[in-house]
Each structure stands twice: as structure tokens, then as C-alpha cells.
Write a protein of this length. Structure first.
Length: 259
């Protein structure tokens, strides 16, 4: 079976447009993964919109090792923890492109995690290259360019489904990243602050296109390759996510589960 045949086995649904706060975004990822796994919604592509800036840390990261809380507070940045692994990332409204794929495990059957990362983001690399961005996939989970890293992916296989999400920088201030995310300082400690700006290469530096135009092109590329139908978040899905914010993603116990 070819890669395109794998995708076309399913009727993909698109969710895009609504903006939510960072904790609710984390909760929605869990809710939609569970629902796809339970057969309660079709395989789904969701583009996120953020209402507030956040540092999003991976499920298995130490909170104090990753985040400088004083700097985060100074910038008005909240801290949330997601259910996937991987590293910390900085997100800001209108300055990143974030999407999630919720899929049956059969989509990536027989693939290693490394192979599945590249497979699930292949359409994005193709779309960026069509816009003139010299992009490629950098194992294990980065979308890279000659100018530096554009974005990174994280993944989880649970609740009977695959959750794969990616955040790409559009207009993030690269110098802000190592100020609020401590791991960035360790990586750059022998290179100095000027190198920090080169490590992340936001799309705004590589194309004059507005963020919305790039995102629309990504959606169109997915639709042309794999098929895509308009969809929406159901009221009960949003309500379930709000309850998860109250009991899990909005609590200090979850955020600091690895202090």
C-alpha cells in the first residue's frame, strides 16, 4: 500500500477557526484523541488558534528544568503540560501555526516512531516547498530549513488512536525562546545569545506571505492529497474538554507532575 493509499482509506474532517486558551487546547487534544479512538468521530485534522501565549512542556519533562518562571511571568506567558512527549515550545497568538492529527493506529501500522513522524508531516514539507521555503524533515521530529528550525512535532499513541501535533514558528521572537525555556540556554551556552536567534527560523523570515495564507495553503494541500471535509467541534466535546481543564490540565498537580 502506498503512502497516499494509507491516507485515502479514511474520510478526513477539518476543524479550524475557533481560538481557545492554552489549558483548553491541551484538553481538546485528549478529548478528540479519545473520540477518534472510540469511533465517535472520524479521523480529524485540527488547526489551533491561541488566545494567550504559553510555554507548552512535554509529558515527561521536569517543570523547573524547562521553564524560567520569572521570565515567563514577565512576558505574561502561562505554562501548560501536554499529553505527548517531546520538548518545550513557546506559542503566541498569531505567531505560530499549530495543528493536530487524530488518526486510527492503522494509518501508521508497521512504522517506527521516527518513520511515522516524517510520514505524518510529509504533506506540510511539500506545502512549504511549494511556497518557496527550502524545508525538509530533520529526524526525529523537526521541520527544518537552511536558515534553521521551523517547527517540531510530538506524538502519543493511546486511547486507541494516534495523536500527532506540530507547531511551526511564524513570527516568534527567537531571542525570547531561551529566556523562558531553560533548555535553550544549555544548548546555546557555548555559542552565546546571537546564536539563539539563528536556531529558530520563523516562516516570516523566509516568506512575505501572511500567516493566514500559509495556513490556508497547508489545508488546501492536505485536502488535495488526502481528501478533507469541513467539520466542527461539537458542544459536548468542548464541554468535556472544559471539565478536563478543571480536573487535570488547569491544575498545578498536572502541570508540576514532574516538578
Amino acid at each position: 500500500m502506498t503512502e497516499l493509499e494509507r491516507w485515502k482509506r479514511y474520510r478526513w474532517q477539518l476543524i479550524a477557526g475557533d481560538a481557545f486558551d492554552p489549558a483548553l487546547q491541551m484538553a481538546l487534544d485528549e478529548v478528540l484523541t479519545r473520540r477518534v479512538g472510540a469511533g465517535e468521530r472520524p479521523p480529524t485534522l485540527r488547526f489551533w488558534e491561541w488566545t494567550a501565549p504559553a510555554v507548552v512542556i512535554g509529558r515527561f519533562q521536569s517543570l523547573r528544568n524547562e521553564v524560567d518562571f520569572a521570565e515567563a511571568e514577565r512576558y505574561g506567558i502561562t505554562v501548560v503540560r501536554r499529553i505527548t512527549g517531546g520538548g518545550a515550545m513557546l506559542t503566541e497568538p498569531g505567531k505560530v501555526i499549530t495543528y493536530s492529527i487524530y488518526a486510527p493506529p492503522e494509518l501508521v501500522a508497521g512504522m517506527s516512531f521516527q518513520e511515522s513522524y516524517a510520514f505524518l508531516d510529509r504533506w506540510v514539507v511539500e506545502a512549504l516547498r511549494a511556497l518557496g521555503v527550502d524545508a525538509w524533515y530533520q529526524p526525529i521530529n523537526d521541520i527544518a530549513s537552511a536558515r534553521g528550525k521551523i517547527g517540531g512535532a510530538a506524538q502519543a499513541r493511546r486511547y486507541g488512536a494516534v495523536l500527532h501535533h506540530t507547531t511551526m514558528a511564524y513570527d516568534i521572537d527567537p531571542e525570547k525562546v531561551p529566556r523562558v525555556i531553560r533548555i535553550g540556554r544549555e544548548k546555546l551556552s557555548d555559542k552565546g545569545v546571537p546564536s539563539a536567534a539563528k536556531r529558530v527560523a520563523p516562516l516570516r523570515q523566509q516568506t512575505d506571505l501572511p500567516r493566514e495564507v500559509i495556513q490556508e495553503h497547508l489545508i488546501r494541500t492536505f485536502a488535495e492529497r488526502h481528501g478533507l471535509e469541513e467539520g466542527m467541534l461539537l458542544p459536548e466535546e468542548i464541554e468535556e474538554a472544559r471539565e478536563l481543564v478543571r480536573t487535570k490540565f488547569g491544575t498545578w498537580e498536572w502541570t508540576a507532575i514532574l516538578p
